[in-house]
Ligand binder design. Structure first.
Ligand SMILES: C[S@@+](CC[C@H](N)C(=O)[O-])C[C@H]1O[C@@H](n2cnc3c(N)ncnc32)[C@H](O)[C@@H]1O
Length: 509
């Protein structure tokens, strides 16, 4: 086998990258398996035979830290001046790295990364590049509202353009229509979204150090290899592409995330990913990063990283593909799929069914959010009803005295299910299902005839979400029927009891 990226291999090795070319190659897999990706060309053990005593996996390739591309390694921030860099807010979010990538690409062959840019994609199947008509097929899913194209362009106009115009000797005016256009901004943003890693600075005594010889996980900025310790923040997401992400970045997560950690890692980003298939992972050392096997890999098998076993909506938004497998519950889909219910739908249904006052609702919801309650509830294929949904419905239904006590105790209501909560939930699920343009049956038919890739992806995303919602709806309807039957039974049994009491009373008299 010979690599499909020979020039890139030469460039990589000439810059002190190392590849175990006896074990690893890069070939073209079918598009459904990720297209270009890494393959094992001989059996690769999980444990490095030479270093078996350290229990370290087999080192597939290594990347010097200075060959990774970030705002730390590009010379642009220093050339522009750190004060100007910060004044332009290029140290926040993804704008700085996007500008570095535009500038490095504009340097052509004199950029250290020219051999890397040569193999990066310039077109994407992500919804960021879909037509309005195609986007309409995603109605009801969370994808469209997370795209944030307008926010992306605001960043471009307010951060990048002033910086570019302020230094014509750095950003040559003749390059502006090609290398610094809004289109190129989206291309670089999408490259970061689908390929970047979150690489922290080396700290010799840092928490990241592990027992296996000082190696630590490195997580892909966009979600690849997110085996973070419990409680660690999620990797940064592409701010230009998502209003939600932007809030995250500027909110809680940004406090812990350093945008200079967002890093392009040549060679590591050539690995594809598939649900629960990871067999290699990126770790770091003081001066280099290393891709190591985490499972034995047979000759001919693909070497998979992980993008975090994301639901199809996120896979599509960030990477432009979806995962489809046999589901344990029957049919096909992504077992990691998630259907989202917004709190405002729950509030509207509860308010309508119980004629709640707007003031009472606002007060309780503000308190719920202040206490850290969710405003979006995730439903999964386990078809469990999240306790927090029950709790928020009960909060809205509390009598005024109960609400006062709840607030004093600063504890949301216990998630106890009953017929009233089930009735609200049943309507919420029906309403959520109506947000999609089609039914499950429609989609199953449409999937047979769907001609374009984007339409097919949209159908798969919305079908997965609807199957979860429909499964929980069926479960809720059954529970509601049982509750009502019990209620009828109790009322029925109460009657003769009342009659016999009456008889007894009469007799006594
Ligand atoms: C980090 S790159 C992986 C390498 C990429 N295939 C290449 O040619 O450079 C991520 C991109 O690979 C593709 N990809 C990765 N895993 C895939 C999969 N399981 N199915 C389809 N496409 C996949 C998607 O286009 C995604 O945006």
């Amino acid at each position: 086998m010979a690599t499909v990226v020979p020039k890139f291999f030469d460039w990589f090795q000439a810059h002190q990258g190392t590849i175990d070319t006896f074990s690893v190659d890069v070939i073209n897999f079918p598009p459904s398996e990720g297209g270009r990706g890494a393959v094992a060309i001989k059996d690769i053990p999980k444990i490095n035979k030479l270093r078996w005593c350290t229990k370290e996996g087999h080192v597939l390739f290594t990347i010097p830290r200075d060959l990774t591309l970030s705002t730390r390694t590009s010379s642009l921030p220093t050339r522009l001046g750190m004060e100007a860099w910060k004044n332009a807010k290029l140290h926040e979010g993804w704008a700085g790295l996007i500008l570095c990538m535009m500038w490095e690409a504009a340097q052509g062959s004199s950029s250290k990364w020219s051999g890397y840019f040569d193999i990066l994609p310039s077109s994407f199947d992500t919804p960021m590049f879909w037509t309005e008509e195609e986007l309409a097929e995603l109605r009801g899913t969370s994808v469209v509202e997370k795209l944030g194209r307008a926010d992306a362009e605001k960043d471009y106009k307010e951060k990048l353009i002033p910086a570019i115009n302020s230094r014509p000797e750095l950003f040559l005016p003749r390059d502006i229509p090609t290398h610094y256009s809004v289109e190129m901004y989206h291309v670089m943003g999408s490259r970061i979204l689908s390929r970047s890693f979150n690489v922290e600075k080396w700290t010799p005594d840092g928490e990241e150090e592990e027992d296996d010889g000082g190696a630590a996980d490195v997580s892909m900025g966009s979600g690849m290899d997110v085996d973070l310790p419990d409680g660690a923040s999620a990797p940064p997401t592409h701010s230009p592409l998502g209003t939600d992400d932007l809030e995250h970045e500027e909110g809680e997560e940004q406090e812990q995330e350093d945008s200079s950690d967002i890093t392009m890692v040549p060679m590591a980003d050539i690995l594809n990913a598939r649900y629960r298939s990871e067999n290699a992972k990126l770790f770091y050392e003081e001066t280099y990063l290393k891709m190591i096997s985490t499972k034995p890999i047979k000759a001919g098998e693909q070497i998979w990283n992980t993008y975090g076993d994301l639901p199809n909506a996120e896979l599509l938004r960030r990477y432009g593909h979806v995962d489809v497998f046999q589901l344990p519950s029957g049919g096909k889909g992504n077992p990691g799929d998630v259907a989202e219910i917004r709190a405002d739908v729950i509030v509207s249904v509860t308010a309508e069914q119980h004629s709640l006052s707007t003031d009472a609702i606002h007060e309780r919801i503000d308190w719920w959010l202040e206490e850290g309650g969710d405003d979006i509830f995730d439903l999964y294929f386990d078809l469990e009803i999240p306790p927090s949904i029950i709790s928020i419905i009960r909060l809205l239904l509390l009598l005024d005295e109960e609400w006062e006590k709840t607030r004093e105790k600063a504890k949301p209501p216990k998630p106890k299910m009953d017929a009233v909560v089930l009735t609200v939930l049943h309507e919420v699920l029906q309403r959520k299902l109506k947000e999609y343009p089609t039914s499950i049956q429609d989609d199953e038919q449409l999937l047979i005839t769907a001609s374009s890739l984007n339409l097919r992806h949209a159908i798969i995303v919305r079908l997965g979400e609807k199957k979860i919602l429909d499964g929980i709806l069926t479960k809720t309807a059954a529970a509601l029927a049982t509750e009502n039957k019990m209620k009828r039974k109790t009322t029925h049994e109460d009657r003769p009891a009342a009659a016999s009491t009456l008889k007894k009373t009469k007799r006594q008299a």
